[in-house]
Ligand binder design. Structure first.
Ligand SMILES: [Zn+2]
Length: 316
């Protein structure tokens, strides 16, 4: 009950982690997610249902509603936000443990830098296709993410969008991660049962591999040299591709009055909004706007097209 755990990303793995840990009675769960529920998520994102998708509810909000229906005794904080260097301190401070439910290396390196710098344990988890992988990072003891992967994978990287995902692979990786989280929270970091390896498996082929992560790698940029380039946000783009034929724009904070914006956009296409998101359909594009001015534009992977659409209808 006294534990405070952050879950960054509440898609497939994040949903499963949140459900397990909320039912286990973790006192405070902070759920951070930038996205909204879509029908195609439901095959694997176990906290959500068709009504959430019909409403385009932000995942963090939908997650909190679901959890409060089965455990009203814990505190669950939703944060509809993209974790970036500018807000990482606000969003992750005060947590005993950070769990990775993200789908990208950029955010994972940011978590790793923050966690190593502040000496907060975190657990890396990922699932794609029928493959899952997880690593416990205990700063000052074990290897960190940058020890094992000094650079993010380049070139063609399989994603859930391109190669699909087996929902049981998600649940397995989440079960292992949630168990390691409980070991950490009840037995602390010296627990001999806490896994000190990078564990990966493929549920379809039955391949399983484990490499030692018991010791930091000498010369590691993050935990060795303490050069936290991701925390500084060096070279970080303000417009990013975010899977499934969409572009995210988060160039500046711009509070949006949804009622006003709804009226302004009416002549240009179909508009709908609730307290959390405004959706605007302008063929062949679909723009989802959040109250802080962040937008996800679907229907293109061209950042110039997305930027011009945003400038034309929201403001430059
Ligand atoms: Zn390291």
């Amino acid at each position: 009950m006294a534990a405070r755990v952050a879950i960054v990303g509440c898609g497939a793995t994040g949903s499963a982690l949140a459900a397990l840990l909320a039912r286990a009675g973790i006192g405070t769960l902070r759920i951070i997610d930038r996205d909204y529920v879509e029908p195609s998520n439901l095959q694997r994102q176990s906290l959500f249902d068709e009504a959430d998708a019909a409403e385009s509810l932000p995942k963090a909000i939908a997650a909190v509603r679901k959890i409060s229906a089965f455990n009203s005794q814990i505190v669950v904080e939703p944060h509809v936000d993209d974790l970036v260097p500018a807000n990482v301190e606000t969003l992750l401070q005060g947590m005993d443990l950070i769990l990775d439910g993200t789908d990208n290396f950029e955010t994972r390196y940011l978590i790793n830098d923050y966690a190593v710098e502040r000496s907060i344990p975190w657990i890396y988890s990922a699932a794609v296709g029928s493959y899952g992988v997880t690593l416990n990072v205990v700063p000052g003891q074990t290897a960190c993410l940058s020890c094992i992967f000094p650079d993010s994978p380049r070139g063609m990287v399989e994603t859930c969008e391109t190669s699909g995902i087996l929902n049981s692979a998600v649940n397995l990786v989440a079960s292992i991660t949630a168990t390691e989280a409980l070991k950490f929270l009840v037995a602390r970091v010296d627990s001999p049962t806490l896994r000190r390896t990078l564990l990966s498996f493929d549920l379809w082929t039955n391949d399983r591999a484990e490499i030692s992560a018991a010791e930091p790698r000498p010369g590691c940029r993050a935990c060795g040299d303490r050069d936290f380039i991701h925390l500084k946000g060096e070279g970080r783009p303000h417009i990013t591709l975010c899977g499934r034929n969409s572009v995210q724009i988060h160039e500046r904070q711009r509070p949006i009055d949804f009622a006003e914006m709804d009226r302004r956009l009416q002549p240009h296409g179909r508009v709908r909004h609730n307290d959390f998101v405004l959706k605007f359909w302008h063929e062949p594009y679909e723009m989802t706007l959040f109250p802080d001015g962040r937008a996800i534009i679907k229907g293109t992977t061209d950042t110039a097209v997305a930027r011009s659409l945003y400038a034309r209808y929201v403001g430059s």
